[in-house]
Design a protein around this ligand. Structure first.
Ligand code: PLP
Length: 355
């Protein structure tokens, strides 16, 4: 049979970098500390809210997520017009790129940072500009220096995935003062609830008098709804309207809306779990340091070990002992904080590992 002509696609699409998700755990017996998930199962009240929704899956969900927006608006003290939900904060980043960038535009972010950024920026047809971290932290001065007339968006991941460090209020404000008003700055705060350093600013305070700042939050991490895909942006009306125009209709499912609303209602209980994880983060960090490891101060639900050429070997050793961690090339390993028992198993492996 003669081969049919291939459909014409974007010339660069086959060369796009792929997002490599953490692998699935080979069995339930493995401790999965590789994807920054919340180790605790959903609350009964959250499951019940989804149970009611199951009987309605023949119907489309509320396309505007009106009730979720109204409740978020009250809890964050921001106007509902400033809130735009999406299919996880990943979906919202994609929509923001769609709204703000095109062919030839530059999007700045730190590197190493969240693995999905390069892929999403390329997919939007724009050019990623990666500014190396300095001591595992964003180098905001270098990022401001790298702004050109083609820069349309800057992403600041605070705290940074995978290195766990956070930028402080003073340096972030100085940076925002330097960035031109017509460049959108996206503060990706996927781990905001795990921050306990009062010098780390709350993006929602910073965005209030800065129309070029948008804040991203998610229900995936602290609220434990990763599989449902719901996150949102907080942005001034011009940005929020453009974002809505670019978002996938019905992108946030009815199940996700119901679970997110039930989670807001159960916030005290969920934030108690977050406090447990934060206390575990301190315990894990201290124990690793006591065993001779160098560990940056984490403000997220994971810790970072810069292992260089020993990265893969350590990940393999962990997996052989039943714990999955996340290796990044020959740079380092990111380890999610799990339950105390899971963390104990990780600490045992790390303690036995000969550096
Ligand atoms: C996990 C993560 C996200 C993705 O969150 P979803 O809401 O599940 O899409 C976004 N940004 C960073 C930095 C993350 O680590």
């Amino acid at each position: 049979m003669p081969s049919a002509p291939a459909p014409r696609l974007r010339a660069d699409v086959s060369g796009l970098p792929r997002y490599v998700p953490g692998r699935a755990a080979p069995s339930d017996l493995v401790d999965k500390l590789s994807s920054n998930e919340n180790p605790y199962p959903p609350l009964q009240s959250v499951i019940a809210s989804m149970g009611e929704e199951l009987g309605r899956v023949n119907r489309y969900p509320d396309a505007k997520s009106s009730e979720l927006i109204a409740e978020l608006s009250a809890s964050l003290a921001v106007p509902p017009e400033h809130l735009v939900p999406g299919t996880g904060s990943l979906g919202v980043i994609k929509d923001l790129l769609c709204a703000a960038v095109g062919e030839g535009d530059e999007v700045l972010f730190a590197w190493r940072s969240f693995e999905a950024y390069p892929t999403l920026v390329w997919a939007a047809g724009a050019t990623p500009v990666q500014i190396p971290l300095r001591d595992e932290r964003h180098d905001l001065e270098a990022m401001a220096d790298a702004v050109t007339d083609r820069t349309r968006m800057i992403i600041v991941c605070n705290p940074n995935n995978p290195t766990s460090t956070a930028v402080h209020r003073g340096e972030l404000e100085r940076f925002l003062d330097r960035v031109p008003d017509d460049v959108l700055v996206v503060l990706d705060e996927a781990y905001r609830e795990f921050v306990d350093d009062t010098d780390v600013p709350d993006g929602i305070e910073l965005y209030r008098d800065r129309p070029n700042v948008a804040v991203l939050r998610t229900f995936s991490k602290a609220y434990g709804l990763a599989r449902l895909r719901v996150g949102y942006a907080v942005a001034h009306p011009t940005v929020a309207a453009a974002l809505r125009a670019c978002s996938l209709p019905f992108g946030v499912s009815g199940l996700a809306q119901a679970a997110a609303r039930a989670s807001l209602k159960a916030e005290p209980e969920l934030l108690e779990r977050v406090r447990t994880l934060v206390a575990e983060r301190t315990r894990v960090t201290d124990a690793l340091r006591a065993a001779g490891w160098s560990v940056p101060d984490s403000q997220a639900n994971f810790v970072w070990l810069r292992l260089g050429s020993r990265t893969q070997a350590f990940a393999v050793a962990c997996e052989a002992a039943g714990v999955m961690v996340r290796p990044f090339g020959d740079e380092g390993v990111r380890i999610t904080i799990g339950t105390p028992e899971q963390n104990d198993r990780l600490l045992k492996i790390a303690g036995d590992w000969r550096m």
